[in-house]
Design a protein around this ligand. Structure first.
Ligand code: IPD
Ligand code: CA
Ligand code: CA
Length: 264
């Protein structure tokens, strides 16, 4: 199947260029006094940079793919007349961004007939752009990337994320995996956590209750880098699933089993 659509620009290129442009706008917004607001929860923030980034991404996508549906974190879902959908997190890791911690990114994915076909994750503070096209492999700043080859959970560095409001469940998982993995991190940007699995910095990542915009691009990038993505418990991954487990493939079952044990 050809990824490029008859009458539209190449989705991978559009995702990369748009993520880079929106990322530059985030850095620009950070130079001005930031308008930081709390959404429904203490740790759920939105800033002027989230809004500036989303406006750019939606404008570029509307211009190039006027018929496609769009799902974007800050403005929600807008239907389209084709079977295509763009899934956008304009700034993943907003709390990090608000504190000047450089682990944040723009995440853009392109889906056709429910299948993820292209995605880009750009971390502007680090100038790192992760990207993938279905069947075409994954890249970091244009160079091919692969998942790690670590096959023992005891040698693995894995990552997770959670809302403080859900600490009871996630705290138990975090504690349990800390006992069996070499290290556990909690970096604050699900999209970058997935990108870091794809390039071998992390050997695995799990999280509950994420949204499609957090995981869509990262899921494709991990798979194209040779990794495995499922729900916890092994069910097929879905962008709207209530959990995600992404690994280099080699530690997948071991990590899943330990998480299951910890959840009992
Ligand atoms: C958040 C980050 C974080 C994850 C949260 C997400 P946001 O996204 O991905 O790592 O733990 O669940 O909501 O709000 O910064 O776009
Ligand atoms: Ca997010
Ligand atoms: Ca966001």
């Amino acid at each position: 199947m050809s990824i490029a659509h008859r009458k539209h620009p190449d989705p991978l290129r559009l995702a990369i260029e748009t993520a880079r442009e929106a990322g530059a706008a985030i850095l620009e917004a950070a130079r001005l006094p930031l308008d930081i607001r709390q959404k429904d929860r203490r740790a759920d923030l939105v800033t002027s940079a989230d809004r500036a980034s989303e406006a750019i991404v939606i404008a570029r996508i509307r211009e190039a793919y006027p018929d496609a549906a769009i799902l974007a974190e800050e403005s929600g879902a807008s239907p389209g007349s084709s079977d295509e959908r763009w899934i956008i997190d304009p700034l993943d890791g907003t709390t990090n961004f608000a504190h000047g911690y450089p682990i944040y990114c723009v995440s853009i994915a392109y889906e056709r007939a429910g299948e993820l076909l292209a995605g880009a994750i750009y971390a502007p503070a680090l100038d790192e752009c992760f990207a993938a096209e279905r069947g075409g492999g994954a890249t970091l700043n244009g160079k091919p990337i692969r998942v790690s080859t670590i096959d023992d959970l005891g040698d693995a560095m894995v990552c997770t994320g959670f809302h403080p409001a859900d600490y009871a469940r996630n705290g138990a998982h975090f504690g349990a995996i800390s006992q069996v993995a070499q290290a556990v991190r909690r970096d604050g940007s699900a999209a970058l956590d997935l990108a870091y699995v794809a390039c071998g910095r992390f050997d695995g990542f799990w999280e509950f209750d994420l949204h499609a915009w957090d995981v869509a691009a990262g899921t494709l990038i991990v798979r194209e880098a040779g990794g495995r993505v499922t729900q916890l418990g092994g069910a097929a991954a879905a962008v709207d699933a209530s959990s995600i487990l992404a690994t280099n493939g080699r530690i997948h079952t071991a990590l899943d089993d330990e998480l299951e044990r910890a959840g009992k």
